[in-house]
Design a protein around this ligand. Structure first.
Ligand SMILES: [Zn+2]
Length: 66
């Protein structure tokens, strides 16, 4: 089962989920499904990984099944 992550849109603050493949791509933009604002993942003020993946963000993004 693929992990998902959540983003907050920096424009309208709508929270939505993205699949792991989408955030594994450096500089890949995301589009808010509510207001259609396109932004880089780094612009989201609160995007974060699930609690189980805390601490090692960069490593975890590369993802290896455990
Ligand atoms: Zn938005």
């Amino acid at each position: 089962m693929a992990r998902v992550y959540y983003l907050n849109c920096p424009k309208c603050d709508f929270r939505y989920y993205v699949g792991e493949p989408l955030i594994a791509i450096p500089d890949f933009p995301s589009q808010c499904p509510k207001c259609h604002h396109v932004f880089q993942l780094a612009e989201s003020p609160t995007w974060k990984l699930p609690a189980s993946a805390s601490g090692t963000m960069a490593t975890d993004l590369r993802g290896k099944p455990s």
